[in-house]
Design a protein around this ligand. Structure first.
Ligand SMILES: C[S@@+](CC[C@H](N)C(=O)[O-])C[C@H]1O[C@@H](n2cnc3c(N)ncnc32)[C@H](O)[C@@H]1O
Ligand code: SF4
Ligand code: SF4
Length: 460
């Protein structure tokens, strides 16, 4: 079909942003999982998808700008619409506001950098993930963090602010704050404000106790431009909440946190971990949360965690129980479609096939930084020496990312004699790098074993 027959109006999805970088551009949504390094000319094209032009008009503008003949311009436009469809809506009416200026992307792409990303090497990480504190005021039975870790706590707000500025100057998009409970770190709110002021996207999951103690916190987050926050919520009653979190009397604060955030206009995402004790109360919990106006609810299957974490010893639901919960959550998903986006737990037995391969990507595009200043691949890996590749009290983020220790670590993740033979022959190895080191360790005792969720090797 020729592009002139495409009678629709492509528009960038409302939560998608484009960002010019040095030799490439970024297209991304609100989550680090949806970020792509693209050629600046593709970003130029996407900026033209502003809900005003039809495909033939976009093809014309694109072709005139890059000196293509009409057929080639049509062909390229069809290809780009298909290649970047995850960022686009196709049903728009003309007249949406122009959000990104195509001229901002008229600079040459650096093919080496862009191809490097396809091999899992990002010039600048998409996000940094800062563990603000190892401490938590809860002690959830299922928690994947090693809550006993203390390390040498060297953080203070000043150092964290420096990191945020450094990351923003470097072009990092996402600022993840985690813990322990991030909101018990003095100054967490200032860090979010600082990140937002510098155009970063802060992401944070909290147990809600601090946010639910003072309605002004939610107001301040909204005023600073925070769009979304995730609250952990596992039970619809105070009794069960106390039991799961092994704390006392905090449930009203968690409810308040949800109320205050919804009232302040933030998009509230609920993350809920399924356990044998909570599996029967998932339906009333969803009803309650939808009534409170949350925007999204993800029910997750309990994963294994850091060495010494409670999750590794906690009882999990059986596969049969998981199936039953999944069906029930699916029914709620259908019931509340259009009101709240509800995600049933994943099938824990399903392994990746070619079409649904979903590696972690942390080693390619993220840095996890601990209160000790150590930088590692993942926030579950504090103290794992082989995966620690720098310390922010010794060197800057950029020097650590481009340093020898990280290059060595990356090299180890593709060394045929160190990794699983399946991974060694897999065509996705350089992007995957055997994927989740922690899950592999929990399953086999080896960090560089094949990810237990993988049905590979793949050959494409
Ligand atoms: C480790 S917590 C840190 C942030 C904060 N303390 C909280 O609970 O929201 C981050 C998220 O991981 C989830 N989580 C903890 N242990 C888990 C496990 N074993 N499997 C899946 N998710 C888990 C928590 O419920 C929470 O939503
Ligand atoms: S899941 Fe969060 S709130 Fe619960 S113990 Fe772990 S860090 Fe604390
Ligand atoms: S076989 Fe190994 S490298 Fe290939 S996709 Fe699976 S985990 Fe990744």
């Amino acid at each position: 079909m020729g592009i002139e027959q495409n009678d629709f109006i492509p528009a960038l999805k409302s939560d998608v942003r484009l960002k010019p970088m040095n030799g490439y551009a970024l297209a991304h949504g609100y989550h680090p999982s949806l970020i792509r390094m693209i050629d600046p000319s593709h970003a130029f094209f996407l900026a033209l998808c502003n809900g005003t032009f039809r495909p033939a008009e976009i093809a014309y503008l694109y072709g005139e700008t890059f000196g293509l003949d009409a057929d080639d311009a049509d062909y390229q436009a069809s290809r780009l619409l298909d290649q970047h469809r995850m960022f686009l809506d196709f049903g728009g009416e003309p007249g949406e506001a122009v959000r990104f200026s195509p001229q901002d992307f008229l600079f040459p792409g650096d093919k080496g950098k862009i191809d490097g990303a396809a091999y899992g090497k990002w010039p600048v990480p998409a996000g940094i993930n800062v563990t603000l504190t190892f401490k938590c005021n809860f002690n959830c039975s299922y928690c994947y963090q090693d809550l006993l870790q203390t390390g040498d706590n060297r953080w203070d707000l000043g150092k964290c602010r420096e990191l945020v500025e450094e990351a923003a100057d470097w072009g990092v998009v996402f600022l993840g704050l985690t813990g322990g409970e991030p909101t018990i770190f003095k100054g967490w709110l200032e860090l979010i404000e600082a990140g937002l002021k510098r155009g970063m996207i802060p992401t944070m999951t909290s147990n809600g106790t601090v946010i639910g103690s003072d309605p002004e916190i939610a107001q301040r987050l909204a005023a600073a431009g925070m769009e979304e926050i995730t609250i952990s919520f596992d039970a619809p009653s105070a009794e069960l909440h106390d039991e799961i979190t092994r704390s006392k009397g905090q449930f009203p604060k968690v409810l308040n946190a949800v109320r205050y955030l919804v009232d302040a206009g933030l998009r509230v995402v609920i993350k809920s971990v399924l356990t044998p004790r909570t599996q029967h109360s998932v339906e009333p919990m969803i009803d309650m949360l939808v009534t409170m106006g949350v925007h999204e609810i993800g029910i997750s299957f309990m994963e294994g965690g850091a060495i010494e974490s409670g999750a590794n010893a906690a009882d999990n639901v059986s596969m049969d129980e998981l199936r039953i919960v999944r069906d029930r959550v699916q029914a709620k998903r259908e019931l509340y479609a259009g009101t709240c986006d509800i995600h049933p737990p994943k099938d824990a037995e399903k392994v990746w096939k070619d079409g649904d391969w979903y590696p972690c990507g942390g080693i390619n595009m993220g840095m996890s930084i601990f209160p000790t200043g150590d930088v590692s691949v993942c926030d579950k890996m504090h103290g794992v020496k082989d995966f620690t590749y720098g310390n922010v009290f010794d060197r800057g983020l950029e020097a650590i990312w481009n340093g020898e220790a990280f290059a060595d670590l990356r090299e180890r993740t593709v060394q045929p004699d160190l990794i699983d033979p399946d991974c060694a022959k897999c065509s996705k190895l350089y992007q995957c790098r055997t994927s989740c080191f922690v899950d592999a360790y929990n399953a086999t005792g080896k960090y560089l074993a094949k990810d237990p969720h993988c049905g590979g090797p793949f050959f494409d």
